[in-house]
Design a binder for this molecule. Structure first.
Ligand SMILES: NC(=O)c1ccc[n+]([C@@H]2O[C@H](COP(=O)([O-])OP(=O)(O)OC[C@H]3O[C@@H](n4cnc5c(N)ncnc54)[C@H](OP(=O)(O)O)[C@@H]3O)[C@@H](O)[C@H]2O)c1
Length: 249
């Protein structure tokens, strides 16, 4: 009985001890993930670059969990510490921010490339660095990469590069931060996400045709896999593809 009580207490403690912080949570997949955690009763903090816009996004999410807003620009990593200073204990940390540069090596925009590399690699790492003292040993971290690292598309030069970097970042953080778990998620083209949903059919038809599912993956499917990576206590150091089998063809 004592053991059962201890187990119950440890489960309750794990669920209630610390917020779910979602960096880049004002839009797309990560906004959907914030909605799922808030609906489960978890306290959530979402971030975006603009405080008013982030407050509006947070206010539109229904509880029962509380949803707080915080403004942080990962392309300015030296400012990250101050921006995150109001956040308390963190149980789950998700970093999914992106500002795609649509770059190519033939027509290379160095300023845009530096911005995205800074955001995704230095910015992601600095968020973990700053929040580390607020993460318990049983906390977990999820970083968003993407399959542009192995399936480039026109304009994905920097996106492909940084998403490849996320794989290495997951490996080094899982090793450095043990026993905190660190995983990465690498979606294929997510058909109903804001960036892709209004693309002309011709852009998406070729990708759909190469996907064994016969359709593109959805935001809900990526969110479901994200929750698995964040909550399954045995999964660590994994870079998980969610692509409907796209890489097989
Ligand atoms: N959608 C896909 O098909 C797909 C495929 C593969 C991988 N992914 C990855 O999955 C993640 C989510 O993608 P998504 O398409 O759902 O995202 P999204 O809708 O484009 O949202 C991007 C988020 O990043 C924030 N953001 C942008 N620039 C930022 C900066 N400099 N600093 C901090 N935050 C910033 C935005 O906030 P504000 O605009 O409010 O500032 C927003 O919350 C990304 O990491 C992306 O690379 C997506």
């Amino acid at each position: 009985m004592d053991n059962a009580r201890t187990l119950l207490w440890s489960i309750v403690a794990r669920v209630t001890d610390g917020a779910v912080v979602i960096v880049g949570g004002t839009s797309g997949i990560c906004l959907r993930l914030a909605e799922v955690y808030a609906a489960r009763g978890r306290d959530v903090v979402i971030t975006g670059r603009d405080l008013e816009r982030t407050i509006a996004a947070a206010a539109a999410i229904s509880g029962p969990g509380s949803v707080q807003a915080c403004a942080v620009d990962l392309a300015a990593p030296t400012d990250v510490a101050g921006c995150l200073s109001g956040i308390g204990a963190v149980a789950r940390l998700v970093i999914g921010a992106v500002d795609r540069d649509e770059n190519s090596v033939a027509d290379y925009d160095v300023a845009r490339a530096v911005k995205l590399v800074t955001l995704k690699l230095v910015g992601y790492t600095e968020v973990v660095h700053q929040l580390l003292p607020r993460l318990a040993p049983d906390a977990s971290i999820l970083l968003f990469g993407g399959l542009a690292q192995r399936r480039p598309y026109p304009g994905s030069t920097t996106v492909s590069t940084v998403n490849g970097g996320v794989i290495g970042l997951v490996h080094t953080l899982a090793s450095e931060l043990a026993p905190i778990r660190v995983n990465g998620i690498h979606p294929g083209i997510v058909g109903d996400s804001p960036y892709w949903v209004d693309k002309p059919p011709a852009v998406l038809e070729g990708i759909t045709a190469r996907t064994p599912l016969g359709r593109l993956v959805t935001m809900d499917e990526v969110v479901d896999a994200s929750v698995f990576l964040l909550e399954n206590g045995g999964v660590n150091g994994v870079n998980l593809d969610v692509d409907g089998g796209w890489l097989l063809r």
